[in-house]
Design a protein around this ligand. Structure first.
Ligand SMILES: Nc1ncnc2c1ncn2[C@@H]1O[C@H](COP(=O)(O)OP(=O)(O)OP(=O)(O)O)[C@@H](O)[C@H]1O
Length: 835
């Protein structure tokens, strides 16, 4: 945030629980410890208070399970609780809690509230600043700050605001009427109180200061002193989710060379080689022609003007032909081969990465993908053609020079063969080291990008926890590791250059000494012979030297082509479109969704996440999907979109098995508002209508229905208003509303709402639910919700439990049964006072 005026002072340490949890690519335990020392007893208490024990039992590696980038293998609720556990473990003085329970179910929410956040919870002696719409924080807050349009409109204790009946009171009343029950916050049972008081005995910085107990509705910028500790991330465990990068060993394979040649165009490469040979023949031809003319003159065979003209004309024709063919070589190299090579490898990698299955993204850090598309791609764009041109030129020149020398002086083979052997021997020593160094360098660079990206993403959390120094150290260490490999690589290059130059100098010295000794012992030396020997020695050594260096440089840069080849051949999702099997334009006309004995898992080797699901949703039905956090609700929506594929069973839309169609045909017929709203850098219009299919009126209508119309109208650029990367210039709630507008515009027959309004205040949520009901009257709507009141008036309720379908019936029938899981969930919600 840019500081405009004023300042915020916070005494003591700060812990931040952001609305969108920031999770490190490290083990779950490291995520919670966040650089603090492990105190087993306290750690266990935090795990229990955050209701994480059951999750640890499910995760294969317990708390040593490696969590993928951005917590990809955790459910929304699990991420929220890990983020909270980190804050509690930090034992800070001031807690900034930005809607910490919006992603967890009522049962877990109540547990956490009683054990941690509430008046009898672990943090009862700490300052807690809640940014929230949830009533349970409001009615027990010692102070409430009401914000409107970025300004404080009201401030005071709950009782005071209730008497003044201002905006805050109205808001709270709105929340209260949304809530089925507003059970007292002090209802925490005695064991919970006991647990809390036990934890309060933990040492705290705040103990030394007067504890300020205050809760507010609002937000604050915070600066605090830093308490440093080393955060250890990226440790590898046997449960690692991020796979080590595939590293080739030994020479760059023939496959990689052929891959690059094919990308450039085999015909273009053949033409390039042929043109290079022709250019060289012209160049050598002109030198031979000159030599012939010189010999003629030396022989004294006249030098008439006609003869001179003849020789000069042929010489200049040869020179021009050589120059023109060289131009041809460079044009073929840079305008045809290099461009084709760069374009095709990039297209193939992009195609392959974009169509890789979800498991690829789970196990591949973003830094690796960024490294591939930046550094490796730039090697392919610039260095491979450059070194290929250099290498080709050198190889051809060497071959021609050797041929000429051997034809002119066959005895020179005695000299050439051992010299060539020495050069090749040195190259053999150099190549394995430098090739591996280049590969290690790539890996180190990717790790550096990954850690920097992670730190940038988590900047707010890192600063709030005062972990800047340790993250800086971590990033610096990775940067250092990269620089070390880079310098070692450059040193290896120098090593080669020094050895080659030394050998060249020794050979020239030996030749000179030989000549001197000949003169000494024989007494005379033919000057022509002497100069010829020296010239051959120097030129031979020169060509062999540059030949070795060009071969080495080319092979090393080809490591990037090798990586490009690997990433171009990733396992792919199902095809986008299967031409022989396309659904009708109008499919799914009715909107019947049916799961038949459906099971799936995230990756081979993992447990099933959805187990034997069977249910049917009839046309236009509104189904609420509920269940405890981690029960598999979001996984069910991923299965519907075939982001994860079936292990067994089927999903049918209007009776058609979705697995027989291409992915585009399935996904384009469904709409989703995901748990993490996704916006792209661009304009509002581009975000809503990327393919320019809708008119301005339609877009405004969708925005109005999503209750964002006035907000966007208030911006000067209106529909052209810029959306920052990931929509960061919008609040999370606004991002969800933009996603809703997108869905309203698309009007697919089947709509999935995954916690679509979790970050939206209750009053707006109620209006939006109303909009969804009226606008999607003719659609089948599957709604995942933790706020049960949003799904209470659904036609059917689907209760998930541990990946299985536990209940599927109308809400009335389920509520009529006192033992039903749904009744229990509703009761928990009521008891927790969650809104
Ligand atoms: N990409 C993944 N790889 C492996 N496991 C995963 C992945 N995503 C989720 N899981 C696991 O699958 C289980 C179900 O997760 P899911 O997100 O479907 O739960 P949910 O019911 O939507 O939870 P919440 O209400 O917290 O969002 C969890 O145990 C989670 O750890």
């Amino acid at each position: 945030m840019v500081k405009s005026a004023g300042s915020v002072t916070v005494r003591g340490s700060v812990a931040l629980v952001p609305q969108q949890p920031w999770i490190l690519n490290a083990t779950l335990r490291e995520n919670i410890l966040f650089g603090n020392k492990l105190e087993q007893e306290f750690y266990d208490r935090v795990i229990d208070a955050c209701a994480l024990r059951a999750d640890l039992e499910v995760l294969a590696g317990g708390d040593m399970t490696e969590i993928g980038e951005k917590g990809i293998n955790l459910s929304g609720g699990q991420k929220a609780r890990v983020s909270l556990a980190r804050a509690v473990y930090a034992r800070a003085d001031v807690y900034l809690l930005d809607d910490p329970l919006s992603a967890v179910d009522a049962h877990v929410g109540k547990h956490i509230f009683n054990h941690i956040l509430g008046p009898n919870g672990l943090l009862k002696t700490r300052t807690r600043i809640f940014v929230t719409n949830a009533l349970q924080y409001l009615d027990a807050a010692s102070q409430i700050v009401m914000l409107h349009d970025g300004k404080v409109v009201e401030q005071g204790a709950f009782a005071h605001l209730a008497v003044s009946k201002g905006e805050a009171f109205e808001f709270m009343e709105g929340v209260a009427t949304e809530t089925t029950s507003t059970a007292s916050l002090d209802e925490a049972d005695s064991c919970e109180t006991g647990a809390a008081s036990q934890l309060d005995s933990e040492p705290s910085l705040a103990d030394a200061q007067e504890p300020i107990r205050r809760r507010t509705l609002g937000c604050a910028s915070v600066s605090s002193e830093v308490h440093d500790a080393t955060v250890q991330t990226h440790s590898t465990t046997e449960h690692a989710i991020i796979k080590g990068e595939q590293q080739h060993v030994g020479s760059v394979g023939f496959g990689a060379i052929m891959y690059y040649i094919r990308a450039c165009g085999t015909r273009s490469i053949i033409m390039l080689v042929a043109t290079s040979i022709i250019a060289l023949l012209f160049s050598v031809g002109s030198s031979l022609w000159l030599a012939r003319w010189t010999r003629l003159n030396e022989g004294g065979d006249g030098d008439s003007a006609n003869q001179a003209l003849y020789y000069l004309t042929v010489y200049s024709v040869l020179g021009m032909a050589s120059a023109l063919s060289m131009i041809g070589v460079w044009m073929l190299l840079w305008l045809v081969c290099a461009v084709n090579g760069a374009r095709n490898t990039h297209a193939q990698m992009l195609q392959s990465v974009l169509h890789a299955p979800m498991s690829f993204f789970d196990s591949t850090p973003m830094g690796r993908i960024l490294g591939l598309f930046s550094s490796d791609q730039s090697q392919i764009d610039e260095n491979i053609p450059k070194f290929f041109g250099w290498w080709l030129n050198n190889i051809l020149r060497t071959a021609i020079a050797l041929a000429l020398i051997v034809v002119a002086v066959p005895l020179s083979l005695v000299f050439i063969l051992p010299v060539a052997y020495i050069f090749i021997w040195i190259q053999r020593l150099y190549m394995p080291t430098s090739r591996e160094l280049r590969r290690i360098q790539n890996t180190a660079r990717n790790s550096m990008i990954t850690s920097t990206e992670e730190a940038v993403q988590g900047a707010a959390t890192i600063r709030a926890y005062g972990r800047k120094a340790s993250f800086e150290q971590g990033c610096a260490a990775r940067s250092e590791a990269f620089t070390t490999t880079l310098w070692t690589f450059l040193f290896a290059n120098r090593w080669l250059a020094c050895r080659l130059d030394l050998v060249a100098a020794l050979i020239i010295l030996a030749t000179t000494l030989l000549l001197v000794l000949t003169l000494y012992f024989v007494g005379s030396l033919d000057s022509g012979y002497a100069s010829l020997s020296l010239t051959y020695a120097i030129s031979m050594v020169g060509v062999l030297n540059s030949c070795v260096r060009a071969t080495a440089a080319l092979e090393i840069t080809m490591v990037s082509a090798e990586r490009a080849m690997d990433y171009s051949r990733l396992e792919s999702e199902a095809p986008e479109v299967i031409e022989d099997c396309r659904p009708l334009e109008t499919w799914p006309e009715q909107g019947v969704v049916e799961f038949r004995n459906y099971s799936t898992r995230y990756r081979e080797g993992l447990d099933l996440v959805l187990k034997d699901l069977s249910f049917r949703v009839v046309p236009n039905q509104k189904v609420g999907i509920v269940g405890r956090t981690g029960a598999g609700k979001s996984s069910l929506t991923l299965a519907l979109f075939r982001i994860i594929e079936a292990s067994s069973g089927q999903i049918l839309l209007d009776g058609e098995d979705v697995s027989k169609f291409g992915l585009f045909d399935v996904r384009s017929r469904l709409s989703i508002i995901p748990q993490d709203p996704v916006l792209f850098a661009g304009t509002i219009r581009e975000n809503l209508d990327p393919f320019s299919k809708y008119s301005d009126e339609e877009i405004w209508c969708a925005l109005d229905n999503a209750h964002l119309g006035d907000f966007i109208r208030s911006k000067d650029q209106r529909l052209e208003f810029a959306v920052a990367q990931s929509g960061e210039n919008f609040s999370v709630g606004q991002r969800q509303l933009i996603c809703l507008a997108r869905a309203l515009l698309k009007r697919a027959k089947i709509l999935v709402l995954d916690e679509a309004t979790a970050a939206i205040d209750n009053a707006t949520d109620a209006v939006i639910q109303e909009t969804i009901r009226s606008e999607f009257k003719e659609c089948t709507v599957l709604t995942i919700a933790h706020r049960l009141n949003t799904v209470l008036d659904s036609d059917m309720i689907l209760v998930m439990d541990g990946g299985r379908l536990a209940e599927y019936d109308s809400p009335q029938n389920l509520l009529a049964n006192e033992d039903s899981l749904f009744t229990k969930l509703v009761q928990e919600t009521q008891n927790s006072g969650r809104s």
